[in-house]
Design a protein around this ligand. Structure first.
Ligand code: TMP
Length: 237
């Protein structure tokens, strides 16, 4: 499988065409941004880690019954995925209060939520990815009711499976963001990535942050945290 024309360059990945119209190649960069691109930097080795981690977790989730866009890892940074049209919603699941949830609702970071929560953001950089509810999403024709039901079902299944998996690695899955896409026949599949860029992962014993919050919050030790979380994954997957 060879890379064709570049279709798109995002903040953390590039996307290329292939000779098969149903397949694309995603290429992971070391670039990191936060706060809608206001903060920019590089996390050395991040692209390799995010590529390998996302692929390993998607293969794991496929086995547990969650369909994904994953096809084949080509090398350290490049992966073949199914071409999808992305549903323009960021789907966020939370098990523990942190980040914007703590800020919006005045809840201390680290409070275990009585039940996992789901929220949607409208994927639109110009608007700063505002929170949106399911009715808004349907009214704006971002997704149908049936698609939203499917997305919710898969998102909670991902939470259930990944919570268990990370627990076996001594890591607490605090929250994460997913994106879904439609295949050419309309089937909804999990797309984008699952990585320390898109999840909050805390060491279960010490509470140490092993994710992108170290970059967002200028905590230092960013590269080491990415290496450490990858090591834990490789030891247990
Ligand atoms: P938040 O608390 O800032 O809303 O973030 C919730 C989760 O979503 C957290 O695991 C980080 C992830 N996330 C992204 O993947 N992309 C984003 O643009 C933002 C804001 C959060």
């Amino acid at each position: 499988m060879t890379k064709g024309a570049q279709l798109y360059e995002g903040k953390a990945k590039k996307v290329f065409e292939t000779d098969d119209p149903e397949l694309l190649i995603v290429s992971y960069k070391d670039d990191a941004t936060a706060f809608n691109g206001l903060k920019k930097g590089t996390i050395r080795g991040k692209g390799v880690i995010n590529n390998k981690m996302s692929n390993a977790l998607m293969r794991y989730l496929e086995k547990k019954g969650v369909p994904t866009h994953y096809v084949e890892e080509l090398n350290d940074r490049d992966t073949v995925v199914k071409r999808v049209s992305i549903v323009p919603l960021e789907v966020i699941i939370r098990n523990i209060a942190a980040g914007s949830f703590s800020k919006h609702y005045g809840v201390e970071e680290g409070r275990v939520l009585k039940i996992p929560t789901i929220e949607f953001s409208y994927k639109n950089d110009d608007l700063g990815d505002p929170l949106i509810n399911a009715y808004h999403a349907m009214a704006l024709e971002l997704a149908t009711e049936e698609e939203i039901d499917t997305i919710k079902k898969y998102a909670f299944k991902v939470d259930e499976e990944l919570k268990k998996f990370w627990e076996s690695c001594g890591v607490t899955l605090v929250d994460f963001k997913l994106e879904f896409g439609r295949l050419s026949d309309g089937t909804i599949v999990l797309a984008d990535e699952i990585s320390p860029d898109t999840c909050r992962l805390w060491d279960s014993k010490t509470g140490e942050k092993l994710d992108k919050d170290r970059f967002r919050r200028d905590m230092g030790g960013v590269e080491d945290a990415y290496q450490e979380i990858m090591k834990r994954l490789e030891e247990h997957i």
